[in-house]
Design a binder for this molecule. Structure first.
Ligand code: SAM
Length: 250
């Protein structure tokens, strides 16, 4: 019986099909692609793991989603160097995109530079939980991309839902909800990266293990909520889409 979708059976095939997906999806503007390239260089120079940034195909997906929804207000939690924020901002130039990151975070300087020329993005620095409390709730956000500290996923989402920061037809997109498989109870670190070459793999494995547990708590918590429905899509590092229950079914 066919019970699962094996997209790519080997790491090489996975790389090739990922690249194919990018080619056959609506392209991102050159200026956004340039930010991706610049961020890769920045990561290389600073010894930062480039998986911090979403992949070009996930950026294409967010841009598609923003356009499809006709988003007027977009919120991102976790800016890094601004790549994902810019992908969404260019997709919906009439929308206001608010992106949150820590004060002087590791990518802050580059983010400020990258976002400078884009009039519809506003970077707000400071702890995201504190910043969230300062955001005007109205009009609510149509698209929210959550991609920051994993131990904040429950408090952020809880606040967003309780304050109705997500519009009635809005979508909350949560990144890394499979966390390289570390959300699984028995995911041996050995298999956690499945062939991906990462320097300092062991150290990173421990970090992912902690993250996996935090994300697992979020996945359990959000599934148990009565007011929203969630779908965990097993692409990239796992991406969950969350929406208010009962909206749009009439
Ligand atoms: C995975 S990166 C975001 C990547 C970005 N979305 C992209 O694709 O280019 C996570 C970001 O969350 C930020 N972050 C971590 N803890 C935070 C907090 N408490 N408040 C705000 N931002 C936080 C980090 O500084 C980091 O830049």
């Amino acid at each position: 019986m066919h019970t699962e979708t094996t997209l790519s059976s080997t790491p090489a095939l996975s790389k090739a099909t990922h690249s194919y997906s990018i080619t056959y999806s609506a392209p991102l503007p050159d200026s956004v692609a340039a930010v991706h390239a610049r961020t890769l260089e920045f990561c290389e120079q600073r010894g930062i793991d480039p998986v911090y940034m979403i992949s070009p195909s996930e950026a294409q997906f967010l841009a598609f989603l923003a356009r499809m929804m006709g988003a007027k207000r977009v919120l991102e939690i976790g800016t890094f160097t601004g790549y994902s924020a810019l992908a969404m901002a260019h997709a919906v130039p009439d929308a206001e995109v608010v992106t949150l990151d820590l004060q002087d975070a590791v990518g802050a300087e580059l983010a400020r530079e990258n976002l400078r020329g884009c009039g519809n993005v506003r970077l707000v620095e400071g702890d995201a939980m504190e910043t969230l409390k300062t955001l005007p709730p109205s009009p609510p956000f149509d698209l929210i991309f959550l991609d920051a500290n994993k131990n904040g996923y429950i408090p952020y989402t809880s606040y967003i839902l309780s304050q109705r920061l997500l519009s009635p037809h809005g979508i909350l997109v949560v990144d890394n909800t499979l966390s390289k498989g570390f959300v699984l109870e028995n995911s041996p670190p050995e298999e956690g990266f499945r062939g991906v070459e990462i320097p300092g793999r062991e150290e990173l494995g421990k970090k992912w293990e902690v993250m996996g547990k935090e994300v697992q708590r979020f996945n359990e918590w959000v599934r148990g909520r009565e007011d929203v429905e969630v779908v965990v899509v097993p692409v990239w590092d796992g991406v969950s889409l969350v929406r208010w229950k009962g909206v749009g079914s009439m």
